[in-house]
Write a protein that binds this ligand. Structure first.
Ligand code: 5AD
Ligand code: SF4
Length: 490
């Protein structure tokens, strides 16, 4: 999953008007991927029903929650240093309850309590439904409470799977970071076991939610005014479920059914696995106009030996072939990727092959990460982390510079063209626009390209035509136009 914009949607819901003095105040910080953002939304929704209200001010909070990520060391360090910082706060205000939720809670479990004894509640991503009751218990009993799922090797697949409970309770509109966009979980967990990756341990076995449940949830969201949904799964194109009548649903079937909900103007889905990019899916994307022509398909490396050590189960040739099939079947599709640099044994020659893949892949963008050994993964036991940090850093910079140049070139094709943009909010430089005020707004095209332009705050949540006038590697800059002729799929 794309781990990029957690901070952007940190659930600071200042729109809430319920400010009854005796409501408990909840402060929550979320790091990591979209799955975590959705989990936080659901936890907050549940707690709100239990009488909490959100606060932006950690100093005012009665309960402080961190929803955490374990994918790289850096994400964990951030949380441990935040926990270090609030140690004093807990000394001054011992009545404050502190909780660590999510992937790091599942991975580190009691170790969190050893490193941060002021933590009251530790809850893994498969046990989030228990958060409200554990907060109460921690307070009543004055002892730390923990709820985590079973390790992958603890028993039969069914027993382990059951310990990663589905957590998609009623969606509460007030809790969504935006009233017109929503995430919908279609899969949980992962069974691919790429050797570097902690996700299969901390998020458990792969499970596809039933199609009928997903369709009902999407319909409910659409009725609440949602215009864009993003389907979430670690490998969303491996989706497969069978209904009571024995009918199998693949992602393509699900998209077809979701496309029947007419008020959903955009349907996106992340993240894809290269091996599962089947022709039926590509044809569905081609034939369903409101499904975004945007595919995030991480390659991770452009070198077969590295891919083998990563246990990615495909070759560079297969990835290239997949790209060719995407471009042939879905003209104009935007493809983005993830790369890991400095994986054990990555030589200069192997790295050069990743550069070549970025060069010929013409990705819309790539997320590039330095390899971070994760305890409990195969790569951590099998291989030595032998690429020095400076080399990882240099490779990261080189790959990013190449990708940025390509992204900028790619963006230039849109200059002078009107694009259909769903306006998401004020841009970073004009946070805090007053109602009716004009300022810099940001939005995205159907293909996930970021567009910044000047406009009235009232446009937030609308589809507007914007002519692109300038392009950087990351962003298109433009101006709103009043014409019907837009390129809805760019
Ligand atoms: N080190 C560095 N990057 C990693 N990713 C997953 N595990 C690691 C790791 N141990 C990256 C992959 C994945 C993205 C979400 O995070 O590129 O696609
Ligand atoms: Fe991790 Fe690989 Fe599963 Fe993605 S497919 S979540 S990288 S194990």
């Amino acid at each position: 999953m794309r781990p990029s914009f957690a901070a952007r949607r940190n659930l600071r819901n200042s729109r809430m008007s319920d400010t009854t003095a005796n409501r408990k105040k909840l402060y929550i910080e979320t790091v990591g991927c979209q799955m975590n953002l959705l989990d936080s939304e659901l936890v907050v929704g549940k707690l709100r029903n239990e009488g909490y209200e959100l606060t932006d001010d950690i100093g005012q909070a009665d309960t402080i929650l961190y929803n955490t990520c374990s994918v790289r060391q850096h994400a964990e360090d951030k949380i441990y240093s935040a926990l270090g910082r609030i140690r004093q706060l807990k000394q001054v205000k011992p009545e404050v309850t502190i909780g660590v939720l999510g992937c790091m809670a599942q991975k580190d479990q009691k170790q969190i309590l050893r490193r941060a004894p002021h933590v009251d509640v530790v809850v893994g991503p498969g046990q989030l439904a228990k958060v409200p009751e554990l907060l109460v218990l921690a307070k009543e009993q004055g002892t730390p409470q923990m709820a985590v799922s079973l390790p992958r090797t603890a028993g039969s697949n069914q027993t382990v799977t059951e310990s990663f409970a589905e957590y998609d309770p009623m969606r509460e509109p007030a809790m969504r970071p935006s009233s017109f966009q929503a995430f919908v979980r279609i899969m949980m967990g992962c069974d691919k076991f790429c050797t570097y990756c902690i996700v299969p341990s901390v998020r458990g076995p792969e499970q596809s939610r039933p199609a009928s449940v997903i369709i009902d949830e999407a319909r409910m969201l659409a009725d609440q005014g949602v215009k864009e949904i993003t389907l979430l799964g670690q490998t969303v194109n491996s989706y497969r479920s069978v209904d009571a009548a024995g009918r199998t649903y693949r992602l393509s079937d699900l998209l077809e059914r979701l496309h029947e909900i007419e008020s959903l103007k955009r349907i996106k889905f992340i993240t894809n696995f290269p091996n599962d990019m089947t022709d039926d899916l590509l044809q569905a994307i081609r034939d369903l106009p409101r499904v975004s022509r945007y595919l995030h398909v991480p390659a991770q490396s452009g070198c077969d030996e590295v891919l083998k050590r990563m246990k990615r189960m495909y070759s560079v040739a297969l990835y290239d072939d997949m790209l060719a099939r995407i471009r042939e079947t879905v003209p104009g599709a935007a493809v983005s990727s993830d790369f890991i640099v400095g994986f054990p044994g990555e030589s200069e020659a192997s790295f050069e092959k990743s550069m070549q893949l970025v060069e010929r892949g013409r990705f819309k963008n790539s997320f590039i990460f330095k390899y971070s050994p994760r305890q409990g993964t195969k790569a951590d036991t099998l291989f030595i982390d032998d690429v020095p940090e400076e080399v990882k850093k240099r490779r990261n910079n080189d790959l990013l510079a190449l990708q940025t140049a390509i992204s900028q070139e790619d963006n230039r094709q849109f200059l002078g063209r009107p694009l259909e943009v769903l306006v998401e909010g004020p841009s970073k430089s004009s946070k805090g626009l007053e109602p009716g005020e004009v300022g810099q707004l940001t939005g995205r095209t159907a293909c996930d390209r970021i567009v910044v332009f000047e406009g009235n705050e009232r446009l937030i949540g609308q589809f507007v035509p914007v002519i692109a006038e300038e392009a950087s590697g990351v962003t298109l800059f433009g101006r709103v136009v009043t014409m019907d002729l837009v390129a809805p799929r760019a």
